[in-house]
Design a protein around this ligand. Sequence first.
Ligand code: CP
Ligand code: NVA
Length: 311
Amino acid sequence: MAPMRDFLDLSDAGGDALAAMIADAIDRKAARQGWPKGRADADRPLDGRVLAMIFEKNSTRTRVSFDMAMRQLGGSALILDGGTSQLGRGESIADTARVLSRMVDAIMIRTDDHAKAQELAHHADVPVINGLTDRSHPCQIVADLLTLVEHGKPLPGLEVAWLGDGNNVLNSILEAAGLMKFNVRVATPPGYEPEQGFVDLARRGGANVTLTQDAGRAAEGADVLVTDTWISMGQEHARTKLAAMAPYQVNEALMARAGKNAIFLHCLPAHIGEEVSLGVFEGPQSMVFDEAENRIHAQKSILLWCMGLLD
Ligand code: CP
Ligand code: NVA
């Protein structure tokens, strides 16, 4: 059995482990087709194990998918809400990590500052998983990669176009690009480019990364168009961004410039009429609900890898 490990960013796993996660997710998903959603997989690999989930930001998909993932693996999950736990009254991350390590088998945290997730991992004796920080959203991208592979889009050499805000989700896509050898065309308004460190990481891994302010240029012939909200959690004051983002909406005209078999992805929640038009969101190229469902299957692989049960 492999050692227990944290999953704070995709590089913690690396390309081979990500490929193993995707393959395992495909197998487990196929093996339980048609089953009730809460029934455990036949092997119950996390029988009796408990995941604690700390939420300092809102969530629907991450919360439900981790809970259902634990049930399907034979374990269970509990929630610590930032506002009602002692974390919300100033108990330190270090003490929280040490207490939870005595009580549960793994911890997932969704928070603002990435350093908090790192501090939690530093002080915890059990695996810590990043369920989104202001810097990255690695679990989402495992589900996205799974969705691409499932839809007949092998990752090496794939042309992925990102439209809109250079945010946490894009940072993780760039990290994945270097690990899985696909290319990313990033179209953002000036001032909203992704963190340079993630661009460098992707390029060092061998990915072609194009940074442009021209949405059409990014979309031209692409295999995948991806976007996300223009206002991430914690940026609610920044409504002035909307005007700058308007030319980057993924709409029918932009989709028409992508490859004939291109698909549309969005991590959700979506803002129809802002980053995506109704026609694209509801259209035949949109795979957003497969992508959302795949959060469960991806989380299961991530959990197994963290617990040392997948290599
Ligand atoms: N995509 C995603 O992480 O969704 P939630 O914010 O609902 O968890
Ligand atoms: N970029 C978004 C993703 C939500 C799942 C945010 O951080 O709010």
